[in-house]
Design a protein around this ligand. Sequence first.
Ligand SMILES: *Cc1c(COP(=O)(O)O)cnc(C)c1O
Length: 362
Amino acid sequence: MSSYPVAHINLAALQHNFQRVKQLAPNSKIMSVIKADAYGHGAIQVAQALHDSDGFAVARLSEGLRLRAAGIQQPIVILEGVNSIADLQTAADNFLSIVFHHASQLELIATVRLTRPLTFCWLMVETGMHRLGLSTDQIEGALNVLNTSPNIIGEAGLMSHFANSDLVGDPRNQQQLDLLMDSAQQYGLETCMANSAAIMSIEASHGDWVRPGIMLYGASPFEDKTAQDLDLKSVMMLKSELIAMHTLQVGDNVGYGGTWIADKPGRIGIVSIGYGDGYSRHLSNVGSVVIHQQKVQVVGRVSMDMIAINLSNVSDVCVGDTVIMWGNDLLTVDDMAVQANTISYELLCQLNERVKREYHHG
Ligand SMILES: *Cc1c(COP(=O)(O)O)cnc(C)c1O
């Protein structure tokens, strides 16, 4: 049975991008970020392919448990931490590392006695994003709790997260970095701050650990630089099949709402992919696809299971031909993100289980 749509995942490209992180931050350990099913690429397969990664980061406990159940051995950090004694115990039982970012979590750890201690924990410091983290004047008290707790072995490192690292040279980046580095120096602790954009543009932020996400998958965090400019290789190629073709007369409407109308005689093709697969409806009338090494437009609205594409200028196409949504030289996921008025992160991680993942090496 042929199954489509399919996302081809190139593990050699993933490993190339991982080597780029190593080149850029040779003195830092690497905590590869594989939350949201490795940005849609499949967290277990990505973790297995990144066997040289010093650790992994996910957002939630459930994501960490899934990786442990699959036999992943490296440290796994739960970026959002946990909020109950039961979850602290589960994390400890599964050798998962916790980010403490809120006073309520410190109260929890101070009141419980886990049957097994946590290791490799982190304290998230608020340096300017106002998402997760304790302010710098709360660090000392928090460290007292963490570093004297029988529930935690070893010292907690200091973590923070840039709000604007995609904006190269933005003065807020330096302010955030200074706040974290000053505290790390004061307490003599390890640091972990740089995401992909900072790995590639703020060398001083590399510290003891870096946390690359999007660059591992071969997309660019910067608006004005392509993945190719950054020597990153696209990991995912998203494909499907042409399942019908139609000739159009002038005035024919295409799709729901008739938002595209033929202004000359032409031909369209119907491709089996839609928002029910996670292909963004924001690509209605603005997306592109590649067929026979030619870039053509998405016409009309994206439906749940299908899109229409303009085949008026493509010859020799047949039903059953392969259509590429992104991930080839002519069309990157970053290009499509611009068209959809979003970021590659969203396009990648919204692909759902209806899209089959196929893994190969180069
Ligand atoms: C998602 C995430 C990252 C990875 O960011 P990229 O921009 O994908 O490199 C790093 N740190 C934290 C806290 C995150 O939430």
